[in-house]
Design a protein around this ligand. Structure first.
Ligand code: HEC
Ligand code: HEC
Length: 342
């Protein structure tokens, strides 16, 4: 880890949050009581200074037990429902990642795909399905894509435990609250195409020390022992598939900029936006499992993100341009009503 320590030493704090809306607080004492009350409500709703609730304060009753079980399942997914667990029937996940390989700090980190507030934001309209989805269906979206596996049965113990943990993480948050720091950093769209060749250099200098020269990660133990990874793979057969959210460059770049190299947060990011896009382009050009039937995603084609790198494509633009950009010309065509065909 020596090289990594060197890397993050002396890094300037980067704002990196210009695209994030910040609720303005009224000057203290200036507002009449009614306005003050509504400002207080707005403050809660903006969800600015949230923290994950403290799980150590939960009693050891049945609810506390299932919440803890859910947390463990999401951290050590590979041990319980991974492809190497003894009980073949429990092999729901197709890779040895943990949910918290991408949902950082057990789902408590801003811009690290947090789960705080998730429970109260579903059911939710989802463009990928063009339908209203439940939280369980969203979990299974990650099971089939990020975890390259199968759906968990809705009535399984595992699903119940995961739902209990998500429920706990939304303790005290009103339904429908939009929290700041949800998802990943939204980077400004690059005017140029992301460059996997430049990204390879970024990878070698900033990522390979942990994720390996070949991107295959570092196991905790041996293949087959269901102990997962110390440093998860970024590509290869044990990684997320090409239908995963993070297989889209904008989501990958935002995740990487706000969380990688491990040890930084969005408040002290080390990569420039360009480097984040380039390294994401390199990572997402490497071989990984392929999800079938991706052409059925985003059945309402106007919802299809411009960086969704699978067919059908926006007429007039190549697969390559959807994957790496430049995206502004595709966005302009979309604005004129040109969408991928059925
Ligand atoms: C390879 C990375 C990765 C892994 C592993 C992963 N996820 Fe996700 N997950 C994401 C990304 C990225 C998003 C947001 C995607 C988007 O906006 O389309 C997401 C979104 C979600 C959401 C919706 C959150 C919200 O507030 O809208 C839930 C719930 C979720 N994941 C659960 C899980 C569970 C449970 C697992 C493990 C079984 C898991 N994820 C594994 C990357 C991952
Ligand atoms: C100091 C070690 C370290 C370095 C350096 C590092 N990572 Fe990670 N990375 C991790 C760990 C550990 C995780 C799992 C999440 C966690 O525990 O923070 C992770 C998770 C990830 C994930 C999501 C999980 C997956 O398997 O896909 C991606 C993508 C990722 N890193 C990309 C990068 C990129 C790109 C770089 C270089 C810019 C980088 N990382 C540098 C340690 C590191």
């Amino acid at each position: 880890m020596k090289r990594f320590n060197r890397l993050i030493t002396g890094v300037a704090i980067s704002a990196g949050m210009s695209s994030v809306a910040v609720a303005q607080s009224p000057p203290a004492g200036a507002a009449p009581p009614a306005a003050a009350a509504s400002a207080a409500a707005t403050a809660t709703l903006s969800g600015k200074d949230w923290k994950a609730p403290d799980i150590t304060k939960l009693p050891d009753d049945k609810y506390g037990q299932i919440v803890r079980q859910g947390k463990l399942l999401m951290e050590e997914t590979y041990k319980h429902i991974g492809p190497e667990v003894k009980d073949v029937k429990k092999r729901y996940a197709g890779n040895n990642l943990g949910c918290t390989s991408c949902h950082l700090e057990s789902g408590g980190r801003k811009f690290g795909n947090p789960w705080v507030g998730t429970f109260v934001s579903f059911p939710q309209y989802r463009g990928r399905e063009d339908a209203v989805s439940t939280t369980e269906e969203r979990i299974n979206g990650c099971m089939e894509r990020s975890m390259n596996g199968k759906k968990l049965p809705l009535d399984s113990e595992e699903m119940k435990a995961m739902m209990a943990y998500l429920h706990f993480l939304s303790t005290g948050i009103p339904v429908g609250t939009k929290l700041e720091g949800g998802g990943t950093l939204k980077l400004k769209t690059l005017a140029r195409a992301a460059d996997p060749v430049a990204g390879k250099q970024v990878y070698a200098s900033t990522c390979a020390s942990c994720h390996g020269e070949k991107g295959l990660g570092v196991r905790r133990g041996k293949a087959g022992d269901a102990n997962g990874y110390q440093f998860p793979p970024l590509w290869g057969p044990d990684s997320y598939n090409n239908g995963a959210g993070i297989a889209r460059l904008t989501l990958a770049a935002g995740f990487i900029k706000g969380n990688m190299p491990s040890g930084i947060t969005h408040l002290n990011a080390v990569l420039t936006d360009e480097q984040a896009f380039d390294v994401a382009a390199f990572v997402n050009s490497q071989p990984r499992p392929v999800k079938r039937n991706l052409e059925k995603d985003f059945p309402a084609r106007k919802n299809k993100p411009v960086d969704a790198a699978f067919a059908p494509y926006t007429p007039g633009f190549s697969a390559e341009q959807h994957k790496f950009g430049p995206w502004p010309p595709i966005q302009e065509a979309r604005a004129k009503g040109v969408y991928p065909l059925k």
